[in-house]
Design a protein around this ligand. Structure first.
Ligand code: GLN
Length: 195
């Protein structure tokens, strides 16, 4: 049976869990390797990528996520800080313990500081959703094989390749039932209806 986990080391994991629960599904809070082992799909939420990266290392979750993703055993949605952590190349002032899961380049805090945060309404893979850009990163290069699901001002803000979705904005804050329904029920990642 397919199960969703939300990496719950730091950041806004509670909003993802509540959005999932509004769709009548449950999510496992992932803080340990044992909890990750129960999941087939991991959401890596927004937060502070330097902090989450350190905690991934101290828990050993970094290696476990890398191994399971590389063998095709784990689907991942990395959003905001999560997208920074999944990237092969991170442009940053402070080092981030990132996982290099896929070939793209991402620039931290690319839209400015907290006061430059903003909200927009967008369509992601034909689903309308609000998006908040909060000290958001920007994807400046996508390697081969990515499908672009949404752009904003010519910037790629949602992209998918194989078992990985990356996004640079927060959609979980709006608890959008349709958006999460499509995500969970298969538009992005095949059939999750057994959850
Ligand atoms: N600025 C954060 C970082 O670099 C990411 C912000 C976010 O997740 N909304 O880690």
């Amino acid at each position: 049976m397919m199960k969703i986990g939300v990496l719950s080391l730091q950041g806004d994991f509670a909003e993802h869990i509540s959005a999932i629960e509004k769709n009548g599904k449950t999510a496992i809070q992932v803080r340990t390797i044992a909890e990750l082992k129960q999941c087939d799909f991991l959401i890596m939420p927004g937060g502070e990528s330097t902090t989450i990266g350190k905690l991934l290392k101290s828990t050993g979750l970094d290696i476990e996520i890398q191994n399971r993703f590389r063998t095709g055993d784990l689907k991942i949605w990395g959003t905001c800080a999560g997208a920074i952590l999944c990237a092969l190349e991170v442009v940053t002032d402070n080092p981030v313990n990132h996982l290099s899961l896929a070939d793209y380049t991402i620039v931290r805090n690319a839209y400015g500081n907290q006061l430059d945060s903003f909200e927009v309404s967008l369509e992601v893979a034909n689903i309308k959703t609000e998006c908040a850009f909060i000290r958001a990163p920007q994807i400046t290069r996508l390697g081969q094989g990515f499908e672009v699901l949404a752009t904003y001002n010519d910037n790629v803000i949602f992209a998918k390749k194989g078992n990985l979705i990356v996004s640079t904005c927060h959609t979980e804050l709006y608890q959008n039932k349709e958006f999460y329904g499509c995500l969970l029920e298969g538009q992005f990642f095949g059939n999750f209806s057994n959850l």
